[in-house]
Design a protein around this ligand. Structure first.
Ligand code: BT5
Length: 311
């Protein structure tokens, strides 16, 4: 079904195709062609139906079909205008045994951050969760968080926003005053056995076409930094970059290093084992931060990191 719909779109994107010719080409009935055309129109695609046949006129700015169309990565996209949390929905899909599905929403009413913190997610953002079933041990899972940060930072830079990554999961933009504002947060959740992940859900919250005033203090948006983006294209870029990285996990750490803002800075990291203060000097697979402290080198695998001003 899904595949045929993509083929209908591909065919009518290049010029008008009469319904019967389309049915022949795709080896389906004329009624089936008509059903696909109607479903695409319902999804916001504008399709001419003149004497010459069907022709694609425009693609909606956002939505599941829209993001899947032309997407160079093997994800199915399930779209919601509004949903409590895309991560929660992705977890449901995990329970159903699905994989390589992206849950995408325009608005979340119960968005979640780490440690039960709330995530503000008004209409106009890009709120998405990627459900994966990688064949890796649970200890490697942080690499997917890093991959999401790299993918989002690259897409933001392509869109003209000078974003950088704060360890481990924030994409930030300098505020011009020595401080930084948060553009994106990432929440990775997983389930697995000792030696093998069962599923990973990587939740990415991108403040896209929203006013910074509708977010929290310390937040910024693509709109505030450089004007509105085409969310379909932006989402596709994030998913394509993410797919490349997850297909070659060894490439994640070097890519992260290149885009990181944390390395070379003085940091304070709140870890489950206590506070670590020092200079962040490196990152190691799958996402361990190396900090030079007064008492020697400390490796931190999880925690909240604060960039300190140089002393
Ligand atoms: C995060 O947590 O940064 C992870 C956020 C993940 C959100 C995505 S959206 C799609 C998917 N579905 C979900 O339900 N969640 C994921 P953390 O590092 O704990 O940061 C949370 C803190 O960021 C909050 O306590 C606020 O201070 C701040 N915050 C909340 N909403 C924000 C926003 N829209 N932009 C910037 N900062 C925000």
């Amino acid at each position: 079904m899904q595949k045929t719909r993509h083929r209908v779109l591909d065919a009518i994107a290049d010029g008008p195709v009469p319904g019967p010719a389309l049915a022949d080409r795709l080896d389906v009935s004329r009624a089936a062609v008509w059903k696909h055309i109607e479903a695409l129109r319902d999804a916001g695609f504008s399709i001419d139906g003149g004497d010459d046949g069907y022709e694609l006129v425009s693609i909606p700015e956002f939505g599941g079909e829209a993001v899947e169309f032309g997407l160079d990565a093997p994800f199915e996209v399930e779209y919601h205008d509004t949903i409590p949390s895309t991560n929660d929905r992705a977890r449901e899909l995990a329970d159903e045994g699905r994989e390589d599905v992206v849950v995408l929403a325009d608005e979340q009413t119960g968005g979640r951050g780490r440690l039960d913190r709330a995530w503000t997610a008004p209409s106009g953002g890009i709120w998405l969760s990627i459900l994966l079933r990688p064949t890796v041990p649970p200890a490697d899972a942080p690499a997917f968080t890093l991959a999401a940060a790299v993918a989002t930072t690259r897409a933001a830079r392509e869109a003209g926003v000078d974003a950088a990554i704060k360890w481990p999961n924030d994409v930030l933009v300098a505020d011009g005053d020595g401080g930084q504002r948060k553009l994106t947060g990432i929440l990775t959740e997983m389930e697995g056995e000792a030696d093998r992940v069962s599923w990973v859900v990587v939740g990415i919250g991108i403040n896209a076409n929203v006013d910074a005033a509708d977010l929290v203090d310390g937040a910024t948006s693509l709109r505030a930094e450089n004007g509105d983006v085409n969310r379909r294209v932006f989402t596709q870029r994030v998913l394509e970059e993410f797919h490349e990285l997850r297909s070659n996990l060894d490439s994640v750490v070097p890519a992260w290093r290149d885009l990181a803002d944390t390395l070379g800075r003085r940091v304070r990291v709140d870890t489950p084992g206590g506070e670590v203060v020092g200079e962040a000097v490196d990152i190691e697979f799958p996402g361990t931060l190396v900090v030079e402290t007064d008492d020697g080198t400390v490796r931190v695998s999880a925690g909240d990191c604060e960039h300190l001003r140089p002393v």
